[in-house]
Ligand binder design. Structure first.
Ligand code: CTP
Length: 416
């Protein structure tokens, strides 16, 4: 058996495009400079537009010098003969607002045009990608969430992030701006077309939780980020996505149908429903959930009381959901993708993954070492298939999601 290996770069090339880069008043504005530089290096023309508060964080001159385009702040520019927002909209294939503050989201959710950037968003011809950045309490605030939901109903607007991480004052939570490389990936997705149009994809994510009593449970460290990244990118690439997730603290990606579950058995019934009779309702299943292998044999109705004695809890094995579907599948559809998080050397991790590929009768196993993947923002994985192995470098979960989906698309195309 041969295992051809392919090393891929984590940054795919984009065709030169023109992007208006909006910068609003958040400390994360300094990252917009790196973002502009990355886009320029890839041949994209960048038209910088700052709000007044954005211009207090980073000087417009920085963007003017870097982009070779005059950074614009003011709508009322005597030196410009026409209407600036109309002119910028005519030139820009997409508008990217990074960082986007809570106030900016509120303004565009209301369709206001009270400064140049808001007016540009209102009149933009192409997609508008926003990368929110704010304190986690501002993001979680019902007013902000209302605005986010309103924007999610606008077909032109897409979100990238926010992500969980340290924010300006050092507190950690959901509100940090997505990394520039992930923003560029998301922008690529928006501009590069919808290559998964019509594909019906089911993805599971997060941990499962097995209750012991009303206040205690068994679970694991899965954050759900990998599965959410796959769901987000698949939807952006045109797939019809159902996301079955255990309890996680992550926003639902735009355009994704989310089904919340708690235990492995609940995930099994949600999966059964989503896959349809004879697995006929899905073309692809990506099983990235960390399904608990055991559950307590009984759920205590009241809170278990402490005693001086040692306590044993009897655990029953949970069904292997992926293997169940592998055994049920009669043809090459749906395509089945599993994950294997393992401890050991790289060779051992790949060997375990190969074992899972056979045992669970699936088409692809994404293998990564436990130390690389769990909880963090990045992964270093190998895509293992029957006669192929593709080691991928260290990359963000969004970039890895794209590599997995690229391979899924190739396999679906090969079968047609
Ligand atoms: N999986 C599943 N149902 C389970 C356990 C795991 O569907 N009860 C799926 C996971 O979603 C993942 C793959 O199987 O796609 C591998 O999970 P992992 O926990 O690494 O493997 P296990 O089957 O538990 O094997 P082992 O204990 O040998 O690591």
């Amino acid at each position: 058996m041969t295992h051809p290996t392919t090393q891929q770069t984590s940054v795919p090339a984009v065709t030169p495009r023109t992007v208006a880069l909006g910068v609003t008043g958040s400390v994360a504005a300094f990252k917009a400079v790196e973002l502009a530089r990355t886009l320029l290096q890839r041949g994209t023309r960048v038209l910088p537009v700052l709000t007044r508060s954005g211009a207090r964080f980073v000087a417009p001159m920085t963007f003017t010098a870097l982009c070779g385009e005059r950074a614009r702040v003011d709508m009322w520019d005597d030196t410009f003969p026409g209407e600036l927002h109309i002119e910028l909209a005519a030139r820009a294939d997409a508008v990217l607002v990074a960082p986007a503050t809570a106030d900016f989201l509120a303004r565009i959710a209301q369709g206001r045009a009270d400064d140049l950037l808001a007016a540009l968003v209102l009149v933009a011809r192409g997609p508008v990608l926003v990368a929110p950045a704010m304190h986690p309490r501002m993001w979680a605030n019902p007013a902000t969430q209302r605005n986010v939901r309103a924007l999610q109903h606008d077909d032109r607007v897409r979100f990238v992030g926010p992500v969980v991480g340290p924010v300006a004052n050092g507190e950690v939570g959901l509100g940090r701006m997505a990394e520039p490389s992930d923003i560029v990936s998301a922008l690529d997705g928006l501009l590069s077309g919808r290559d998964l149009q019509g594909v019906r994809l089911v993805v599971t994510a997060g941990p499962t939780v097995e209750d012991l009593d009303p206040v205690r449970f068994l679970s694991n460290r899965s954050s759900g980020r990998m599965g959410f990244a796959i769901a987000a990118r698949a939807a952006e690439r045109g797939a019809q996505v159902k996301l079955i997730t255990g309890p996680v603290v992550l926003p639902t990606p735009t355009g994704v149908e989310r089904i919340d579950v708690r235990s492995a058995l609940q995930m099994q019934s949600a999966l059964h429903e989503a896959m349809g009779p004879g697995l006929s309702s899905a073309d692809v299943l990506v099983m990235s959930a960390a399904v608990g292998d055991y559950r307590p044999s009984r759920l205590h109705e009241g809170k278990m009381k402490r005693s001086a004695d040692a306590l044993s809890i009897e655990l029953l094995p949970n069904p292997d959901l992926l293997a169940g579907i592998g055994a049920q599948r009669a043809s090459s559809r749906p395509l089945l993708v599993g994950f294997a998080v393992e401890t050991g050397t790289d060779d051992e991790v790949v060997a375990y993954a190969r074992g899972k590929l056979m045992r669970k009768r699936v088409d692809m196993v994404v293998a990564n070492a436990a130390s690389d993947g769990f909880g963090g923002e990045t992964n270093r994985a190998t895509i293992v298939e029957q006669d192929r192995e593709e080691p991928l470098g260290q990359m963000s979960k969004l970039a890895l999601a794209d590599r997995i989906l690229d391979r899924v698309r190739e396999r679906l195309a090969a079968e047609r």
